[in-house]
Design a protein around this ligand. Structure first.
Ligand code: ADP
Ligand code: MG
Length: 752
């Protein structure tokens, strides 16, 4: 076998530079390991999915079995209405939950929460207390269910907590059911500071959902008095890459930063477009089935899986759910995937851009609104009345996105997602809305037909006819515009700009807040007209018409990646910011405060803390990448290049000696010398780059203003990552493959 030979050669070559040989051997050992990989045997349940779906979840059905009937009813009522659950009830729920969990062999419980790191956190305690006689008793009280006090001083808080007040509390979120992971009962919770301020992503999401529910329900009342509640629905599509465990370990940049900081493009990558929807390799398929089984047991309704555009890139998607639950499920899934991947000797990469030059990964957030009467408010209806409701919600969403595109963009921005934004593959940095030709025409027609003076009966009939003509199924007519960051896809909007590693709670909170604010204002405007004796339908139409006109600029049907669009967007006054600190600014702006603070989703301090955390995280990520690149370049790449260079120098010396008088050999000798010089120049550039980058970091670290520091890291430090990389990638093409220490792109991307 070829690799084995290399390992042999490298280990036994008698040279003083054993260190280089060891490094290269590490790469070849990884490749060798890869050749021996077999798909892992997975014990598939012999049952149908329906037989084991949600077996690990404390579902309402199980709750009913384990709780007194009255308690069960009260809990369900509280969940539906979002009301507090009192202590006595909490005690009973805790007892029921514990009995069920213990019957499943569970020994511990944890409050499962979403600190502002983007991931989830847990702190495990045993279900056990000491009795009066020193005996162990399985115990779990309502107090422990309802609240815990994790030592939370090391989570990011953006200045929300002083260290002397470092206490944080987790509090039960009854709207997301408890579940069992391994031998632990996990209880979804919010995470708040001693002062009551939110230290997590879930609390603002829940608040935004409540605000949206209220505003949307009131607007629904214009059309249907039976609607008492509106929920937001979320169906995420999770993209990811898989890399073999051994190769991953041989790439310190991947394991420390989540992405490759160097690596020349593989001669073949996604050019042939042969990966998308292609047949799934066996090892990958075993992994997918395994994590799907685990997810189904935890009630995550995974449904779709396929290959994505880039090699070794895949996607999975569930059936959509209520947004808070859907988001919990997404975070849980990512956790399950990480664990199951390791079992299969894979590493799953959620980073938005693990490999330069090929597609990155996103997490498309499919979002809609649904009533408790079972109506999807963003789906065209069966009659003019239902369509009027549909148009009302559609237009309000478009207007909300137009007004708060900056805020939406700030919510999806991060050091890792920045590689995607505006990079001709995912969302451009200009936030626009795609509606499809049919709906666009419909809105333009409406705008033309409605006018503020009193319409004649004929005009009104024509208008109603127009509305009535919206086909129920737009899905097939809507050509999918993949370049739009926010696209209508027939019965929902798809917010495509969200990053694959991101907690969707952030972007969803902002979207809910913007739409809730718009709907509330819409209601006020319509009611004001009604008070002035304008008929209800006329009032609705008049306000909608104005909204259509005012938000026209955000609607765009063409290619979002083109230069023409950038020019056109500038003419339309849409902002096109690519700088991170400038984007984050929207979190702190007076305009955003009007919807976030005034609606009670964040207070000023909470909002400011999000702004600070975003900046801090951005700085830290670039800082880490810069350090890792510096280390790898100095300790792996430059020594390897020196080593190869010296062997060339030796060979030139020998050639000169042997062929001193042979004119025919001179060209060859000079060619070799040219290579030596080329290597020397790349090494020099790398070393200079590292030196300057380190200086730039130091200068950045001395800045005390966090915004200035962020700008410095983005504009001064970050560019070194690509300029140094350029020379490393050139060296990769020159240096003997046997010496190259890090797995190459072709190995990372085409081996599974
Ligand atoms: P695509 O063709 O965009 O890749 P997928 O089938 O991969 O589509 O994903 C579509 C997602 O949209 C699924 O998670 C699906 O459940 C979700 N979805 C469908 N209808 C709604 C809705 N009304 N609200 C929210 N999400 C929805
Ligand atoms: Mg999909």
């Amino acid at each position: 076998m070829r690799f084995e030979k290399k390992v042999f050669v490298l280990c036994f070559k008698n040279s003083s530079n054993t260190i280089f040989q060891f490094m290269a051997t590490f790469r070849f050992k990884a490749l060798e390991e890869l050749l021996r990989r077999e798909p892992l045997h997975v014990d598939f349940p012999s049952d149908k999915i329906s037989n084991y779906f949600a077996t690990g979840v404390f579902t309402p059905e199980k709750m009913q079995c384990y709780l007194p009937p009255e308690t069960y009813k009260q809990v369900q009522r509280a969940i539906q209405s979002g009301q507090r659950i009192d202590r006595r009830i909490a005690d009973q729920v805790a007892a029921g939950m514990k009995d069920w969990a213990v019957s499943q062999g569970v020994t511990h419980y944890t409050h499962w929460f979403q600190p502002l790191t983007g991931g989830t956190a847990e702190k495990h305690d045993a279900f056990f207390e000491m009795g009066d006689f020193g005996q162990a008793i399985e115990a779990f009280s309502g107090a422990l269910l309802a609240q815990q006090e994790p030592d939370a001083s090391s989570f990011p808080n953006g200045g929300l907590r002083d260290t002397f007040e470092a206490r944080g509390y987790t509090a039960w979120d009854p709207s997301s059911p408890a579940f069992i992971m391994g031998k632990t009962l996990c209880i979804p919770t919010i995470f708040i500071a001693y002062t009551g301020e939110a230290l997590d992503s879930k609390t603002p999401l829940l608040k935004s959902l409540a605000v949206l529910d209220k505003a949307a329900t009131e607007v629904c009342q214009y059309f249907d008095k039976d609607v008492k509640r509106v929920i937001s629905t979320l169906g995420w599509e999770q993209e990811y890459f898989l890399v073999d465990e051994a190769l991953y370990q041989a790439r310190p940049d991947l394991s420390l930063t989540g992405r490759t900081l160097m690596g020349h493009a593989s001669a073949k990558d996604q050019q042939l477009e042969d990966h998308y929807f292609g047949s799934i390799p066996e090892r990958v398929s075993a992994f997918m089935k395994d994590f799907e089984i685990e997810s189904h047991k935890l009630g995550i309704p995974l449904k779709t899986r396929h290959n994505e555009v880039a090699p070794n890139q895949f996607e999975c998607a569930p059936i959509f759910e209520e947004a808070n639950l859907a988001n919990d499920h997404n975070l849980l899934l990512m956790d399950i995937m990480r664990k199951v991947a390791q079992k299969h000797k894979f590493r799953v990469l959620f980073h938005e851009k693990p490999f330069a030059g090929i597609n990155g990964s996103g997490k498309h957030n499919n979002w809609s609104l649904a009533t408790d009467t079972g109506v999807n408010l963003l789906k065209p209806g069966r009659n003019p009345r239902a369509n009027m409701q549909f148009i009302t919600f559609l237009v309000n969403v478009v207007k909300a996105v137009h007004e708060h595109g900056d805020l939406l963009r700030s919510a999806i921005m991060s050091a890792s997602n920045q590689h995607r934004l505006g990079a001709n593959e995912a969302p451009p940095a200009i936030i626009s809305v795609f509606l499809g030709s049919e709906l666009s025409r419909m809105l333009d027609d409406l705008e033309g037909r409605i006018h503020e003076k009193k319409m004649t009966a004929d005009e009104k009939t024509a208008l109603k006819l127009d509305i009535g003509k919206i086909p129920e199924i737009l899905l097939d007519n809507t050509d999918r515009n993949r370049t739009s960051p926010f696209a209508f896809t027939g019965n929902r909007f798809e917010f495509r700009a969200v990053g694959s590693s991101e907690n969707s709670a952030g972007p969803m909170t902002m979207l809910n807040a913007a739409v809730a604010d718009r709907l509330a204002k819409f209601k006020i405007e319509v009611d004001t007209l009604i008070e002035k004796k304008v008929k209800k339908d006329d009032a609705i139409f008049q306000v909608l018409r104005r909204y259509i006109t005012e938000s026209k600029a955000v609607r765009f049907e063409g290619n979002g990646y083109s230069q023409e669009w950038r020019d056109e967007a500038a003419r339309r006054g849409l902002s096109n910011i690519t700088s991170a600190p400038e984007m984050f600014e929207a979190l702190n702006s007076a305009k955003s405060k009007t919807i976030l603070v005034e609606q009670g989703i964040f207070n000023e301090r909470e909002l400011h803390s999000r702004f600070e955390i975003k900046l801090e995280e951005f700085i830290k990520k670039i800082q880490i990448e810069s350090r890792v690149l510096g280390d790898l370049a100095s300790n792996h790449i430059v020594p390897t290049a020196f080593h190869y260079q010296s062997s060339l120098v030796e060979s030139v010396k020998s050639l000169k000696e042997i062929f001193a008088d042979d004119q025919d050999m001179h060209e060859s000798i000079y060619d070799r010398i040219a290579t030596i010089k080329e290597i020397a120049s790349h090494i020099l550039e790398i070393r200079k780059g590292i030196h300057d980058m380190t200086k730039a970091r130091k200068a950045g670290n001395s800045l005390t203003n966090i915004e200035e520091k962020c700008t410095h890291y983005e504009t001064v430090v970050k560019p070194y990552l690509s300029s140094i990389r350029y020379h490393i990638d050139k060296l990769e093409l020159i240096v003997d493959d046997e010496l190259w220490p890090l797995p190459k792109y072709r190995e990372l991307l085409f081996n599974r």
